[in-house]
Design a protein around this ligand. Structure first.
Ligand code: ADP
Ligand code: MG
Length: 459
């Protein structure tokens, strides 16, 4: 459970600050324990240097995201003193020595985590124009993104980028924000995903802070809204957003959207808003060609100061199907396997790594095994899963277990229902629908499930 949560945190951190930071800093520390009442989270660092660096640079990320995962609002982050721990470990106890945080850091912390800014404001620095490979599939979106970066509001307002998942939309939005902020630190940039925007709006309504919410969004210079399709069917949020849009537009502030759908084809969006989406420029990104995929792989490898042969790059590019996120995933698996086994990155190795994962179906998997693995990723036990508990965490985990049982085995809904203490097949059906619905709403879940599947198949 601890490692599941920490893994989840690493994933979020990777999105926020990039894999290099995660590999260098976060992978060096570990989550030891936490306490809901005192709101303390205890981490362990290998040395004082790592500990101080984390405090100085990444405290806000730890508080916000680890806090969210552990359901502790704004936790106190403490480091287990490694020397104290070593000394007393013989007695099977360990103590946590609170680290004194310098005042400068505390101040910085307050700036970073004003409540309203909890979730946005972290631009992922790795998502820049310089790390983006341009090919025919994205050249229009790329050129438009550069144009609005150079001349915000002068050329295309709003800019609307659309395309399938994993094709580089988020990357481009961050690149625009990063570049504009690079040139002028005083420009107020807000990057927000539409589903977080919806949550923020709901929160504002509930706590009667709608005025503050509107003010916040109307007083910025550049608004980047990612995956705007998530506001569909949310009438009230759309209404609020409509006013924000008008205010910013009238004040000549640049707005950029991304979406998985062309504006005219978006469902559940008020017409007046939908028409505004195409007032400026609508640019699409589609699947890259094989050559572009190879170019992307080579660039990613070069950015890591590594090198792969053309035949390996071509192999990876032809064996990953759907999008660039998967392409990256495949590359990382190949590189990781090579480095773990201290082997060079050869075609042989790439074949071994990538074909292994597609041969899933040949292994027989039993329910017990799936449950055990699910419990590593979710805060519950095997007994909880098979119990009648309606605890929220347990219910989610149970749904996921049912979902994986259906997708990874050839057992029927009834078999699965029986296994969970004689539940009806329609209950299982409902669970599967729930998970599918959630996957649509939270792309991270899909990745989590994929990792879980991988664990089940190979672990
Ligand atoms: P989307 O938002 O469209 O789902 P992302 O922007 O999250 O996709 O891209 C998925 C991954 O692929 C990211 O890690 C991103 O850096 C990478 N990526 C996508 N397009 C490119 C590109 N043209 N050059 C380099 N990396 C890319
Ligand atoms: Mg995205």
């Amino acid at each position: 459970m601890v490692s599941g949560i920490w893994e989840e945190f690493l994933k979020i951190a990777r999105e926020e600050v990039g894999s290099r930071v995660v590999e260098t800093w976060f992978k060096a520390i570990s989550l030891q324990r936490w306490d809901m009442l005192s709101k303390e989270v205890h981490l362990k660092a290998p040395n004082g240097f790592v500990r101080d660096w984390i405090y100085k640079h990444y405290l806000a990320i730890l508080q916000v995201h680890l806090g969210r995962l552990l359901r502790i609002d704004m936790p106190k982050i403490l480091f287990v003193d490694h020397i104290a721990e070593e000394k007393i470990s013989g007695h099977n106890v360990s103590s946590t020595v609170p680290v004194v945080i310098p005042a400068s850091v505390v101040q910085q912390k307050n700036i970073l985590i004003r409540p309203a800014q909890k979730i946005f404001g972290y631009m992922n620095k790795n998502y820049s124009f310089s790390t983006f490979v341009v090919g025919p599939h994205n050249s229009l979106a790329y050129a438009a993104a550069q144009a609005v970066t150079e001349k915000p509001d002068k050329l295309y307002n709003p800019l609307f980028i659309y395309g399938g998942s994993g094709l580089g939309k988020t990357h481009l939005l961050h690149a625009i924000g990063n570049e504009i902020q690079e040139v002028n630190k005083h420009i107020a940039v807000v990057y927000q995903t539409a589903d977080r925007f919806v949550n923020e709006f709901i929160h504002a309504i509930r706590f009667d802070k709608i005025h503050k919410f509107q003010l916040k969004y109307q007083n910025i210079d550049l608004l980047l809204i990612d995956d705007v399709q998530f506001i569909s069917n949310k009438e009230q949020t759309q209404e609020a957003f409509f006013h924000i849009f008008n205010a910013l537009y009238d004040a000549h502030k640049q707005i950029v959207f991304s979406s998985d759908t062309y504006p005219q084809n978006m469902k559940g969006i008020a017409e007046r808003l939908r028409s505004r989406f195409s007032w400026g420029l609508v640019a699409d990104i589609y699947m890259p060609s094989l050559e572009t995929k190879v170019a992307i792989l080579k660039k990613k490898v070069a950015l890591n100061n590594e090198n792969i042969d053309d035949d390996v790059a071509y192999f990876i590019a032809t064996h990953t199907v759907s999008n660039i996120r998967e392409l990256e995933g495949a590359l990382i698996r190949v590189l990781a396997c090579a480095s773990l086994n201290k082997q060079p990155v050869t075609l042989e190795l790439a074949k071994r790594v990538l074909t292994q994962t597609t041969q899933y179906a040949t292994r027989t998997i039993d329910f017990q095994h799936i449950m055990t693995k699910v419990c590593r990723f979710y805060p519950c036990t095997v007994e909880d899963l098979q119990s009648k508990s309606r605890n929220k965490d347990v219910v989610i985990a149970r749904h996921v277990a049912m979902f994986l049982m259906k997708s990874l085995t050839d057992k029927s809904l009834r078999d699965i229902g029986d296994f969970f203490g004689g539940r009806d097949h329609s209950t299982v059906m409902h669970a599967l629908e729930k998970v599918e619905e959630q996957i649509k709403r939270q792309p991270e879940l899909q990745q989590k499930l994929r990792r879980l599947e991988e664990e089940i198949m190979h672990g």
